[in-house]
Design a protein around this ligand. Sequence first.
Ligand SMILES: [Zn+2]
Length: 79
Amino acid sequence: MNEKTEMLNCKEVIKKLYDFLADEITVEDVLKFKTHIEKCGHCNEVTLFHKKLKEIVKNSTKETASEELKRRILASFEK
Ligand SMILES: [Zn+2]
């Protein structure tokens, strides 16, 4: 846990993704987040996907949908 504390790993990025999209993370975390997705094509794709998805979810009243999706995304990193 001590090494590369400046860098977020993919799991941390995904955990922060919803906060990031909701503008609920610190400026410092936004920088770490952006640094990661610039270098990590997978997280970049996931972020773009969720930006679009957020627009869809915003138009939906099903609040449980995002929780389910978050679980699925996290699960995709368990391989
Ligand atoms: Zn990543």
